[in-house]
Design a protein around this ligand. Structure first.
Ligand SMILES: [Fe+2]
Length: 324
């Protein structure tokens, strides 16, 4: 048995195919009220990300820098989802396919891919366009080979990947098409059952490294008795989704915020997550930022986790900044 294992984690790559790049300005175009469009544009330009379609080169930089890890975890969001309906949109599918192909060619047999919310579709910020689409789920599973749940064993560590959008489906309810609701519930129930089974069968000496794209899902995991019983075995939960340590720190400060139901769907969804964020501590949550990070801080990069043969020594998490 080796002395230790190394896992490289990359999150929120948001690759842009030529067809997605041709949609520059898609976020603003989806907002009809002028003042809101200007406010969102200013936020995107100076704080979040000036041009979300201009960071393909960062994937190549990660592939060059990551060395020879034992396992690679891609923690979701492979495309820019510029159609807001996930990979059922051909342009977003092309982005995700290129992104995953590059990862799998560079690290053959070692890439463990997690679903992000953008693989399935996500309603545009304040624009109300798009949302989860069942066709995106089926295409991601069958054509991108994204598993709903995966598990790897490294010594006494268990790596597990879950689908945050399925777990947090009640929060995404307004984004689901009415005639797809029953099918989503069935897929969610199956996912909850496979996670429950995996936790229930876990020996007491195992340490869990959980990969979950969006932390909104974590309170829903606590609905599962086997997860509640084995919470103390969770060494780390690696999330993505928030892109920057700035938003991660802000989210922790705003924990317990009341759910905002009067500012539209995006504000309702985000405030619901913050309202229930107290449980993040129980999961020992850590953020792997996006490759690009925020516009304000340019704090993007990737992470590595070193797992020792003796779990008592603890997992070593390290952030590796990537210059833009
Ligand atoms: Fe993302």
């Amino acid at each position: 048995m080796p002395d230790s294992w190394t896992i490289a984690i990359v999150s929120d790559i948001h690759y842009a195919s030529p067809a997605e790049q041709a949609r520059r300005g898609y976020e603003e175009r989806a907002i009809h009220r002028l003042w809101l469009r200007m406010a969102v544009k200013a936020y995107r330009r100076y704080i979040w990300l000036r041009d979300p379609l201009a960071h393909n080169h960062l994937l190549d930089r990660f592939l060059d820098a990551a060395g020879t890890p034992d396992e690679v975890v891609a923690n979701g969001d492979y495309s820019c989802d510029s159609g807001f309906v996930g990979v059922s949109d051909d342009a977003a599918f092309a982005s995700a396919k290129t992104c995953l192909d590059k990862l799998r060619q560079r690290f053959p047999g070692r890439v463990n891919a997690v679903f992000g919310d953008h693989e399935l579709g996500k309603m545009s910020l304040f624009g109300g366009q798009g949302g989860l689409r069942l066709a995106s789920w089926h295409r991601a599973v069958s054509e991108l080979n994204l598993p709903s749940f995966w598990r790897r064993t490294l010594g006494r560590f268990e790596l597990m990947g879950v689908v945050s959008s399925l777990l947090a489906l009640p929060v995404f309810d307004p984004e689901i098409l009415p005639d797809e609701a029953v099918a989503w519930q069935t897929i969610r129930a199956r996912h909850m059952a496979e996670i429950g089974e995996a936790f229930a069968g876990l020996p007491a000496d195992r340490r869990i490294i959980l990969f979950c794209h969006d932390p909104t899902a974590l309170p829903f995991l606590l609905e599962l008795e086997p997860v509640r019983q084995k919470l103390s075995q969770i060494e780390l939960t690696m999330i993505g989704h928030l892109h920057t340590g700035l938003i991660f720190r802000l989210s922790r400060m705003l924990t317990g915020l009341p759910t905002l139901r009067f500012l539209g769907n995006s504000a309702r969804r985000m405030s619901t997550a913050l309202n229930q964020a107290r449980c993040w501590r129980q999961f020992n949550v850590r953020l792997c930022p996006s490759l690009a990070g925020s516009e304000l801080l340019k704090d993007g990069g990737y992470c590595t986790i070193t797992l020792p043969a003796d779990p008592e020594a603890g997992a070593g998490l390290r952030f590796h900044p990537l210059p833009r």
